[in-house]
Design a protein around this ligand. Sequence first.
Ligand SMILES: NC(=O)c1ccc[n+]([C@@H]2O[C@H](COP(=O)([O-])OP(=O)(O)OC[C@H]3O[C@@H](n4cnc5c(N)ncnc54)[C@H](O)[C@@H]3O)[C@@H](O)[C@H]2O)c1
Length: 263
Amino acid sequence: MKLNNKIAVVTGGGRGIGRAICIKLAEEGADVIVASTSAEPAAEVVTEIEARGRKGVFIQTDVSHYDSVKNTFAQVLDTFGRVDILVNNAGGSARGKMTRFCESEEETWDHVLNTNLKGVLYSCRQVINHMLERGSGSIVNIASVAGMIGTAGQADYSASKGAVIAFSQALAKECSSQGVRINCVSPGPTSSDAGRSIPPQMRKNLAMEALFKSTGFGRFGEPDDIANMTAFLASDEAKFITGQNYAVCGLMNLGITDSMHGG
Ligand SMILES: NC(=O)c1ccc[n+]([C@@H]2O[C@H](COP(=O)([O-])OP(=O)(O)OC[C@H]3O[C@@H](n4cnc5c(N)ncnc54)[C@H](O)[C@@H]3O)[C@@H](O)[C@H]2O)c1
């Protein structure tokens, strides 16, 4: 097992991609703290973790509030004594909606940036000194292909995810000499609860159908696809990898699919 006896914190681990990451890390031998807003789905994930013989704990956390994040990591360090792996997965677009930027408002920008960008900074800030002092640790930030190429209807979301990629590269440069690695995984369209919830009319308006069909495999990714890459980057198998961003998107709309199909 890649992650035997490691202590991992996964934000937003209650459902979707985060749920798959929690279960994969447990299968690879890690104890997993599920740091998420809602208790009910997280309790099911804790049961799944324990069914794999590992310790699972839910701590109610809102990553967009620094006090909440501080409280979570204080509890984790108090209970487990260390954090080996941090996966910043919590995030999403403007309350599940797709909105053209010309119709968007500051309130939604704040929500998106506070959750997707500041949430990552808050969690990283709470573990980074601890990891640097121990001379080891792996952080995996779940960004998005939207942060690499931009997605119509998600300008604020794209900005937040692009910033997460740049932040991760910068932090990796600050920390590599002290044994701490920071990488990103950028999912393409993935069959999570959020991925399914975009209304048909909005997809039509924003040419989302074309985007969603544009993977090289002609289908959405699965949460497991993201979880597998995350577990690899979290593990010592990736010990020479830091400051990287891996798109797990089935060649979606990155300029490669079109040329392969002669389009
Ligand atoms: N699904 C996709 O197609 C897709 C594509 C690219 C990137 N992503 C990214 O992957 C990550 C997971 O997405 P998903 O599709 O599984 O989403 P999801 O909405 O299904 O799950 C998100 C989880 O995060 C939690 N969460 C949301 N806000 C939170 C907060 N402030 N504090 C703590 N927890 C919070 C939710 O409770 C939920 O458990 C997100 O960062 C998302 O931006 C998803």
